[in-house]
Design a protein around this ligand. Structure first.
Ligand code: MAN
Ligand code: CA
Length: 192
């Protein structure tokens, strides 16, 4: 038969696990703290410590893998973003499709640092690349792939000049942008 204390332990663990999953843990459950149980998942401290160690080791292994990929010129890390290319030149729709299939999207520089990271890949391959930016219904209004308006741009002098006829955007080998028809073959650069 279950003792009262083991029943309470199970009940508290279930409550805390549920509130944790829902990200709605109350500050005070009204239930007294039970020594040996963490506040977060309701796991015993020993399991909580092990789970924490697993996370620490995975982070260390990931940062070493990222070090290898950076060393080998396969990725550029900027803040939370990772930029990478498969080295292939395709039209805009195919490039976007490849990036999405890999779990990312087309490279979309949102500030100078990100633009420089994408530029370094453009220079590595010496090929212009399509960006994750398209012209909206209103000519000369360019937007991100998710339809949000641009918050950063790096137009080349006199660009954009297509006025509705060039609905995609390419990056030149100096990092500046040009509006361009979407059916050229350009280097695929994704962000993850
Ligand atoms: C070509 C195209 C245009 C670009 C001009 C710049 O016509 O690449 O998109 O604006 O060159 O001279
Ligand atoms: Ca243009």
């Amino acid at each position: 038969m279950l003792s009262y204390s083991s029943y309470m332990l199970t009940a508290v663990a279930a409550l805390l696990a549920t509130c944790h999953a829902l990200h709605e843990c109350p500050q005070n459950t009204g239930i007294p703290e039970i020594p040996g149980l963490s506040e977060r998942g309701g796991l015993p401290d020993s399991l909580d410590t092990k789970a924490h160690n697993v996370v620490v080791n995975l982070k260390h292994r990931l940062s070493r893998l990222e070090g290898v990929l950076t060393l080998n010129g396969k990725i550029r890390k900027v803040g939370d973003k990772i930029f990478a290319s498969n080295g292939k030149k395709v039209d805009f729709t195919s490039a976007l499709g490849s990036c999405e299939e890999a779990g990312g999207t087309l490279a979309t520089p949102m500030n100078e640092e990100e633009n420089k990271a994408v530029l370094s890949i453009v220079k590595q391959y010496n090929q212009y690349a399509y960006l994750g930016i398209k012209e909206g219904e209103t000519p000369s209004q360019f937007k991100y792939i998710n339809s949000m308006p641009l918050t950063y741009s790096k137009w080349h002098q006199y660009e954009p000049n297509g006025k509705g006829t060039e609905k995609c955007v390419e990056m030149y080998t100096d990092g500046s942008w040009n509006d361009k028809k979407c059916n050229f073959y350009r280097l695929t650069i994704c962000e993850f």
